[in-house]
Write a protein that binds this ligand. Structure first.
Ligand code: GLY
Length: 464
């Protein structure tokens, strides 16, 4: 029996139609024979399946080590074309293509499970949590490890120039520790605060790279909070049309949120983040030890962004934060938040849909930030901005957490002015502002809201 005859015979038999000239016992005996043959093939396939999955495991290890995405559609299509051509019988070639596609999905699911196990198992490096943001050719590793700061330079720039950007609020020794591992480090410290997200500071960084003859093979490393990360990432995206950028966030807010996902920007014309780019880092290294020197108010402000993610996406994490002393479970909160953000960004890196949920609390939050002229921290404004956008029960639970961690519960400023400032926010569009609301913990809705609607929500909560 040649390869192409077997399936024909099987299909005839399995459809209940005996081949010409065969009836009764002869047909049944052919059926038995075919079933035996299938059993044998299944046994061989079980062996082949184990061998295939062992090879898939090696591919998963390689991809994780090199920050490569699990899905590579171009390669999948090429493999399918190549293998489909091996099937001589056109009638069954589409079935084989479907089978190959299924097999690939099974393999990818296995790779995802292996990666997830690696993230959580004690089999990885103890005390280190690692994952890969899977964004095809823009994929990158994210590592959380206490004490990692000391090996950062060596990790990112052992053999090239590195512009290390930090700010006056970050202990000097952090950037110096990173610089110590670099072959040639150029340190720039900018003034702490949002005012540094300016064209002037951007060009200060560009000048520093030009004066030190940085080429496209060199890199920029941010050692600081959200301002340093946004600015350095944007400078890296512009310099010579893009050099490698690494982020070492040193505030809780940047560790849980802004350091991953590739949002980089400066402010201009009084508008936050109006000039910017999606520019993914090549790696993110998070050392929770650096939080020891962070003032309690900054920790609380960082928690606001973690609470934002939990309240929208993860009821369990929210309940953990509710039930615990947050400072004692900071690693868990950081990793929990990174997992949420990673899943969101992998689905929607450019904020075309799902990622908008990460702006929960930011519309009124930005209005409050503008109205209070920098008096409140960004995270504090986001915390306040979430309150009018929640159902009553969620708001009560949020307020209990705010009291416990030291976040503001009331906005005492001018609501109308804050809402007017929110209208300048870049998310304002004709027909209203896109907002996120949360009626139940772990679930969110995207809506459009008029300015009047936003104002009445805020007044209903604060009255002023
Ligand atoms: N911080 C919100 C975002 O990265 O989309």
């Amino acid at each position: 029996m040649n390869q192409n005859e077997a399936p024909d015979k099987l299909s005839e038999n399995l459809s209940g139609k005996a081949p010409d000239g065969l009836t009764g016992e002869a047909a049944e005996s052919l059926l038995d024979e075919a079933r035996c043959e299938i059993n044998g093939i299944d046994r061989e396939m079980a062996e082949l399946f184990c061998r295939r999955m062992a090879a898939v495991r090696k591919v998963a290890q390689y991809k994780a080590a090199h920050g490569l995405p699990i899905t590579d559609r171009a390669r999948e299509e090429e493999v399918i074309r190549r293998n489909a051509a091996l099937i001589g019988d056109e009638a069954i070639r589409p079935d084989y293509i479907a089978f190959l596609r299924e097999t690939m999905e099974v393999s990818k699911e296995y790779q995802r499970r292996l990666l997830a196990a690696k993230e959580t198992s004690a089999g990885g490096t103890p005390g280190r949590w690692e994952t890969v943001m899977r964004l095809r050719e823009e994929s990158y590793p994210i590592t959380v490890e206490r004490g990692a700061l000391a090996r950062a330079g060596e990790y990112f720039a052992p053999d090239r120039k590195a512009l290390i950007v930090t700010d006056s609020g970050v202990p000097e020794e952090y950037a110096k520790r990173v610089a110590a591992g670099c072959r040639e480090a150029h340190l720039v410290s900018i003034p702490e605060g949002e005012a540094s997200k300016s064209p002037e500071t951007l060009f200060l960084l560009i000048d520093a790279m030009m004066q030190n003859n940085f080429t496209r093979g060199d890199c920029a490393i941010a050692v600081g909070g959200g301002v340093v990360g946004d600015l350095t990432g944007f400078a890296a995206s512009c310099y010579m049309r893009g050099i490698d950028f690494y982020n070492i966030p040193t505030t809780l807010l940047s560790q849980v949120d802004s350091s991953i996902g590739g949002k980089t920007a400066i402010d201009y014309g009084g508008i936050k983040n109006i000039v910017g780019a999606f520019y993914q880092p090549k790696g993110v290294l998070i050392d929770p030890d650096v939080l020891k020197t962070l003032p309690e108010r900054q920790i609380a402000a960082g928690l606001a962004e973690a609470i934002k993610m939990a309240v929208c996406f993860d009821r369990e994490l929210f309940e953990r934060i509710e039930a615990s002393n947050a400072e004692q479970i900071l690693d868990e909160i950081i990793i929990g938040s990174l997992r949420i953000k990673q899943a969101v960004v992998e689905k929607d890196a450019k904020e075309a849909g799902l990622r908008r949920a990460l702006n929960f609390g930011h519309t009124i939050g930005h209005g409050i930030e503008a109205e209070r002229g920098g008096e409140l921290l960004h995270g504090e404004c986001v915390a306040l901005g979430m309150l009018p956008m929640c159902g009553g029960e969620v708001r009560r639970r949020l307020l209990r957490i705010y009291e416990k961690v030291g976040l503001p519960c009331r906005f005492d400023g001018d609501v109308s002015r804050a809402i007017a400032a929110a209208a300048h926010d870049k998310k304002a569009e004709d027909g209203g502002i896109r907002v996120i609301t949360v009626e139940r913990v772990g679930e969110f809705e995207m809506k459009r809201e008029t300015l009047a609607g936003l104002e009445s929500r805020a007044r209903a909560v604060w009255g002023n």
